[in-house]
Design a protein around this ligand. Structure first.
Ligand code: PTJ
Length: 244
């Protein structure tokens, strides 16, 4: 039990969620390393959602609302960190949650599915070996025909690298959340939100609720005015400025 008065309460609580995910068989052991990597960047971001991230969240909200077949891709880390929020986002858009993991395991897929269900998710898809996306060797190429296979926009809160590029080559738009602005995911995605998914997903939900009343033209202008390369540069500049 972490006392709320602890100066690093939020950070320690988030770590506990990843550890819990591993104990429950939802998150892979590699997820710990991935989280640690992200945490180092979060420290440099001041552990807060900065202006450039808020701008990307607005563009992402507009893109998700305009999408014909949006899909939310879920891995072991995202499921452990924001299960309730992913379930809410899925209902709000609406968009299915598709389990797509890098370290293949049928058992873990089922555990992630049950975990999401427990948190209120209804529309959950699993990969189907009869359908795959091109330009990808890992088992993440297997996708569901009702989900990523036909999606025009894929939301990937926390990614492992080469898939963002493959999804783009398959003609899809990719919205990623990644604390590391230098990662291949960040560089290749259509929109990258440089923030911790713990903070970014709740704000995305809030923004989508607000934007639901906007018309298509207003939403389109928000996407046109967004520039991923410029947002990434701003996030990197911010981190460098914060170095002692
Ligand atoms: O469940 P699986 O099998 O699909 O495995 C998932 C992991 C995350 C283990 C796998 O995809 C992996 O190894 O990822 P990477 O290549 O380590 O990349 C993870 C990226 O996510 C890094 O760029 C981190 O900075 C970033 N990251 C980690 N935690 C967070 C994060 N970004 C946002 N919020 C976080 N909480």
């Amino acid at each position: 039990m972490i006392p709320k008065s602890h100066p690093r309460y939020e950070s320690l609580r988030t770590r506990e969620l990843v550890v819990y995910g591993i104990k429950k068989g939802i998150t892979s052991m590699h997820g710990l390393i991935a989280y640690g990597r992200g945490e180092a960047f979060d420290y440099l971001l001041g552990e807060k959602t900065n202006k450039f991230a808020k701008k990307s969240i607005e563009a992402a909200s507009a893109m998700l609302l305009l999408a014909k077949h949006p899909v939310i891709s879920v891995n072991g880390n995202a499921a452990a960190l924001v299960p309730k929020e992913l379930a809410e986002l899925s209902k709000l858009l609406p968009a299915p949650l598709e389990i797509n993991i890098f370290h293949p395991s049928k058992k873990r897929e089922t555990k992630i599915k049950n975990h999401l269900k427990k948190h209120g998710a209804k529309d959950i898809l699993l990969p189907d070996k009869r359908h795959k996306i091109k330009f990808l060797e890992s088992s993440r190429k297997y996708v569901n025909p009702e989900g990523i296979f036909r999606a025009d926009v894929v939301f990937v809160p926390l990614e492992d690298g080469d898939r963002a590029e493959a999804l783009i080559k398959n003609g899809k738009k990719v919205i990623a959340i990644d604390l590391n602005p230098l990662s291949r995911t960040s560089q290749k995605s259509t929109i990258t939100i440089v923030d911790n998914i713990i903070r970014a997903v709740p704000l995305l939900i809030k923004t989508i609720k607000k934007f639901k009343k906007h018309d298509g033209n207003k939403l389109k202008s928000m996407i046109i005015n967004d520039n991923n390369k410029s947002n990434l540069k701003k996030s990197l500049d911010y981190m460098l400025k914060n170095l002692p």
